[in-house]
Design a protein around this ligand. Sequence first.
Ligand code: ADP
Ligand code: MG
Length: 474
Amino acid sequence: MAAAWQDVVRDAAAVREAAAVAVDAALLAGVLMRTGEQPHASDVVNYAPFTLLPSAVPRALFEQAYAVQQDFNLLVDAISQNKEFLEQTLASTIKVDDFTARLFRIYMQVLEEGLAQTVFLGINRSDYMFDCGQDGTAALRQIEINTIAASFGGLTSRTADVHGLVLRVLGKTEEASHLLPNNPAKGLALGIAKAWELYGSQRAVVMFLVEEVQRNIFDQRYVENELWNRNIRVIRKRFRDVFEQGSLDASRRLYMDGQEVAVVYYREGYVPQNYDQQNWEARLLLERSRAVKCPDIATQLAGTKKVQQELSRPGTLEKLLPGRPEAVARIRATFAGLYSLDEGEEGDRIAATAIANPDRFVLKPQREGGGNNLYGEELKQVLEKIKDSPERTSYILMDKIKPQPALNYLLRAHSPLQVSECVSELGIFGVYVRQGQELVLNQAAGHLLRTKAVEHADGGVAAGVAVLDTPFLV
Ligand code: ADP
Ligand code: MG
């Protein structure tokens, strides 16, 4: 998968010049983040980290990832409506993982009361790496699917322009013209707008549920502004605002200080640290409401690592998507080996295998946002410690994907310019809207390429490891 720029990557003078152009182009294009020092204000901003050069991505795998996205949308939507499956799959996890258990309790509570919500909006991002086989061929392997707060669809809507300019500065005009346009922000906004419209109240607003610290606000603004441009009002609120100002009327319409809310778009609420007692109460209020939650609590649960692992069991996809053998085959073709660590013989066996071969696996807890997985020696130590305790059940094991590295420069504010061996992760955004039982929208909405230096086992742009990139199809 050698990129087309192995000739320039070692030309120090050309790289320095291109990097200076690249950084200013990112600022001009709006590839921005608030700074760590001033995360609450936009008075001082900097560019979001990105690669100097677009990274090579095999065209066939890129197309495969797009082609399976509508299937994944269907699958997530089906899981979110399958109480029996969620109950069975998460039964062991919720005994030991308090966060998943609390989400699950809210799920059961809203089901018992009866759902007031009739319109459903899913925005997800299915992430992949390109596994390099013994013979050198690469295969598309899903890392995970994010069903809540999948980010960077906004900022990445601008990275192709930046990389196009960099390639031109480096004399690669032909290659620059081949970079694909990409605008996930527009696709996400389209889904939100559709859900808003089906909710059916002109006066109602879209509420972005945001974090206390909003460093990545510009990423969200891209989606927000698309909505304003469609004359849909947007408000930004935190859980704590919902606790203080939120209420339901008799038909469980959601109001914030008297203003009706049609859609709640979560960009928060996916890790335990997002919740104190008040925030849990706010979450319950939102879930009980008639407002379209993106995602509703069932869809958030559908995105857990435990569900992902159970999907890989023979026969599970067929049960969840009856009568759709082609979709099942496309989905399954992207799966890496996934293993349950539930108590019993199956779990004992795979735990022993992983302890003996820690570099073949990744150990994953039920967490999101990067920086939680365990690899190598650490994986071995932790598994040895918990292998005979029920705590084991809160993790899953996954085959480690081994992509072919390529040279690139990771541009980060206040960091020296140096060449790194890098690997990339491709995400495809999916958007769907369901009204009652009818799926009225089901689309792939664009892509995100994130690249990191090989010395980091884990990823994540927000976690400070990966940076934004643009695929160059080869
Ligand atoms: P999170 O919910 O924290 O984003 P992920 O499953 O996406 O969890 O894992 C975080 C990062 O760890 C990924 O972005 C990727 O860089 C790395 N990673 C995860 N699973 C694997 C795997 N099976 N093989 C290699 N790297 C992996
Ligand atoms: Mg991830």
